[in-house]
Design a protein around this ligand. Structure first.
Ligand code: NAP
Length: 280
């Protein structure tokens, strides 16, 4: 199959590496000529250039640019595609992308590979990034079922776990497990930085160890990513933060009222339920 990748960064480059490994021909388009050159040198693509003409006979094109430029990218790309080309995106938020891009291309299917690292750009691309990780497609009643099943078989080539849900279900679930943790962790850091006693603040910074490293990691990461989550998934991020505020109020109340047994019960429930979210 001839696969096109637009935006040769961490996700686009990593997809290229795995699709080539699976025997597909991969053409890349990225705005920077340097990125295109490095992508070829690293074996992420068979060929690459900044112009979309390379994709005129692509069977499937993956849009791997930042969320904010997906619409303008697809508008420039469309005149270069054959009518049969299947188009998909890898954006981390689905409602805004799917409902903007779907009316522009008949064979569009939204998608999201749930894998990444803290690094960006073509030099961060690595093989097997998607292996054993979830890859979600978010079809709508308008989605072309043949396009969806072709994408599903490509996702199997990545050795990913295939999931399917609506765009709103996706954004709600991802708000809970990805976007809410970033905001909670960011507010944890802000709460510590708000300590008025400079000596205590310095002492806390010296004593901070693995627990603080774990809980502050996602809130102390890439600021653009946090902004992107809030901006493009505003409703669901706010919904998850309201749920979180209720949980926090509940814990504050238990501590204020010295309801130690109830607090322990809540923590025991967490201990039992956490493995439903993450492997331990
Ligand atoms: P990235 O490493 O920064 O790569 C994005 C690439 O898009 C860049 O290499 C750049 O190519 C190109 N690009 C950047 N700004 C552009 C612009 N204004 N116009 C045109 N092209 C531009 O980012 P990424 O982490 O791969 O993320 C790409 C997409 O994957 C995003 O939509 C994100 O939501 C989604 N995603 C990310 C993760 C994650 O953990 N990082 C996980 C799943 C999905 P040049 O170098 O040629 O400029």
């Amino acid at each position: 199959m001839h696969i096109g990748i637009v935006g040769l960064g961490l996700i686009g480059g990593s997809l290229g590496l795995d699709f080539r490994e699976a025997g597909h021909r991969v053409s890349g388009v990225s705005r920077s000529p340097d990125t295109c050159r490095i992508a070829v040198e690293r074996g992420a693509v068979d060929q690459a250039q900044p112009e979309f003409t390379l994709l005129h006979d692509a069977d499937v094109v993956f849009l791997c640019t930042p969320l904010g430029v997906m619409q303008e990218t697809i508008q420039t790309l469309i005149p270069h595609l054959s009518a049969q080309t299947i188009l998909t995106d890898v954006g981390s938020v689905k409602q805004s992308v799917v409902y903007t891009l779907e009316p522009l291309w008949r064979r569009f299917v939204g998608g999201h590979p749930m894998a990444g690292t803290e690094h960006t750009g073509i030099l961060a691309a690595i093989p097997n990034l998607f292996r054993d990780r979830p890859y979600v497609l978010t079809p709508t009643p308008q989605t072309d079922s043949e396009a969806q099943s072709i994408l599903r078989s490509l996702i199997q080539d990545l050795k990913s776990q295939y999931y399917e849900c609506t765009p709103i279900q996706h954004d709600r679930a991802v708000a809970l497990i990805s976007h809410l943790p970033v905001m909670v962790s960011a507010s944890l850091l802000q709460a510590c930085l708000a300590e008025p006693d400079v000596e205590i603040l310095k002492l806390a910074q010296s004593l901070a160890s693995s627990g603080f490293r774990d809980t502050s990691r996602v809130g102390g990461g890439n600021p653009e990513l946090g902004r992107m989550m809030a901006e493009h998934n505003q409703t669901e991020v706010l919904r998850s933060l309201q749920q979180y505020r209720q949980s926090l109020d509940q814990i504050i109340e238990l501590i204020t009222e010295k309801k130690w047994d109830a607090l322990e019960q809540l923590l025991t429930q967490n201990l039992a339920k956490r493995p439903n979210f993450v492997d331990q």
